[in-house]
Design a protein around this ligand. Sequence first.
Ligand code: PEP
Ligand code: MG
Length: 328
Amino acid sequence: RSLHKIQHDELEKLKELKDLPAITKDGERVRLLANSGLLNDLQPSLLSGAEGIGLYRTEIPFMSCSAFPTEAEQVAIYSELFAVFGNQPVFVRVLDIGGDKQLPYFQIKDEQNPALGWRGIRFCLDNTAIFRSQLVAILQASEGYKGLHILAPMVSDLEQIRSFKALIEESIELLEGNGHRINKPKIGCMIEVPAAISQIPFWAEDLDFISIGSNDLCQYLLSVDRNNPRVAGLFESSHPAVVHEIKRIIDLAAPFKLDICLCGEMASDPRAVVLLIGFGVRKLSLGAAQLPRIKKLIRTLDASQCKVIAERLCGMSSAAEIKMELER
Ligand code: PEP
Ligand code: MG
């Protein structure tokens, strides 16, 4: 058979999984959501069987405009997003520009270390006119919809969470003053700056959920530029330090009523999924194209066995050893 035919047949088989739950052989239910940023992704996400959008990267629609989109333009985009997903959850991440994500009409230049610079929530809180209009647009679009989660990127400090929440509160008041009825959104932050990890217990009271951004977490933990091919070999999510820190995130969050999701590339890496299930992660967000395969994998796993494997991996000191064990 041709490679094309093999792939076609496999995809057809995966389609049969669409309406089946992602559940391990020993009955642990895992929620699989899709990553998105384009309205064009929404249909493929639904077709893949995604149970919502676990990461909507709002910088993507911003990047495809020729100037900052107006509040009304944003309302139109977010409304379409919520309409597609009924009352399934949608995690809308507020503007995460800076670093490697530049807007064509607003270049952040003159930074020696852009990855450590004016990005994510830092940019948002320093540009409150832009930020307020985004929050108002998200909230206005969510009128009548119950699954809204608002997610802050690159958080390193409790004050950022408090300011973020205050701006959301203000935006709700403004909209309600204008006659809108807004359901209270769930509020959370990315855990992707390593400083966030030890602070989870101190932040928990202010948050409904956390989302592990394994891409930036790897970049910052290992000090490896995620886009630099010269050091690509060092960008390794199976690095023992990454494994230990992910475990620490889960363990620190466990005593609190915090919903936990992982939305980086690890969620679509079959090896990493074994590890994450073993650590107790039960919500993953990944590209729609990879979702059916990961669902298929989860349905063949035994969560209690993953736990034993994950514990064993914590005693290993090399990425190669960890990868080999997970592959096995
Ligand atoms: C991450 O950092 O893991 C993440 C999901 O966000 P982004 O890739 O958009 O930085
Ligand atoms: Mg990130």
